[in-house]
Ligand binder design. Structure first.
Ligand code: CDP
Length: 217
């Protein structure tokens, strides 16, 4: 089995930053699975569709181009919300599954961040983290992030949207946002990027080493 690190967690918890840093540290490929849902959401909106409409969402999810994940339009709060709406539909999730599983097979290893990587996409992942922080801290981080994209966000509004997204992502029937039974929990509320990375590495490294030490065959 390939070496896979699953980094799940709540909106703006820092999971993407941690996943990127873990991938750089181990020399692995990194996939932000949320950007696939964001691409599907952008596809719906560009086509004049409705993210609450299952047929519109599925049509868009089936034709996303994963090489377009650096499109800055994906990072808006509007697309984040629309991504959480399209992601409740099982055929949307199914349409994005093969790409994620194939990515997980990339050698020498893959780090994938999202909501259901450790539970559904890669239940046999080598190491699993579930990253969280208080909604206040997450809203502030998202506010800083949106500002860095040249947007003029309202922090109170972002706080409200993060709480709504937690509610929708946690309570949906399929692939809800929840830690895998064997995930290590990491609360980054009090941690800066370097401290959060050190904590993540301390949780992940032993699992990677254990896999490497295992006799092949
Ligand atoms: O960066 P942030 O955590 O705000 O969002 P994201 O990771 O880009 O995900 C956007 C939305 O896509 C989430 O609110 C989820 O509803 C959905 N998503 C999902 O359902 N499953 C994943 N593996 C990743 C994202």
């Amino acid at each position: 089995m390939n070496t896979v690190i699953a980094v799940d967690g709540t909106a703006a918890s820092g999971k993407g930053t941690l996943a990127k840093k873990l991938a750089a540290h181990f020399g692995f490929y990194h996939l932000d699975s949320g950007s696939l849902y964001r691409l599907a959401a952008l596809g719906v909106i560009d086509a004049g569709g409705d993210p609450n409409n299952e047929a519109d969402a599925v049509k868009a999810a089936r034709v996303i181009d994963p090489s377009k994940t650096d499109d800055v339009r994906l990072r808006s709060a509007e697309i984040g919300k629309a991504a959480s709406l399209v992601s409740v539909f099982p055929p949307v999730r199914a349409a994005l599954l093969d790409y994620q599983r194939a990515f997980a097979g990339r050698k020498p290893g893959a780090v994938i961040d999202g909501r259901d990587i450790g539970t559904v996409v890669c239940p046999d992942a080598t190491a699993k983290l579930f990253v969280d922080a208080t909604p206040e801290v997450r809203a502030h981080r998202r506010w800083l992030e949106l500002k860095s994209y040249g947007q003029a966000p309202d922090e109170a509004q972002i706080f409200k949207e993060i709480c709504e997204r937690d509610e929708r992502d946690t309570n949906r029937a399929i692939s809800p946002q929840k830690p895998a039974a064997d995930a290590a929990l990491l609360d980054t509320s009090q941690l800066g990027i370097d401290a959060a990375f050190a904590a993540a590495l301390a949780l992940v490294q032993p699992k990677i080493e254990a896999l490497r030490a295992r006799p092949r065959g």
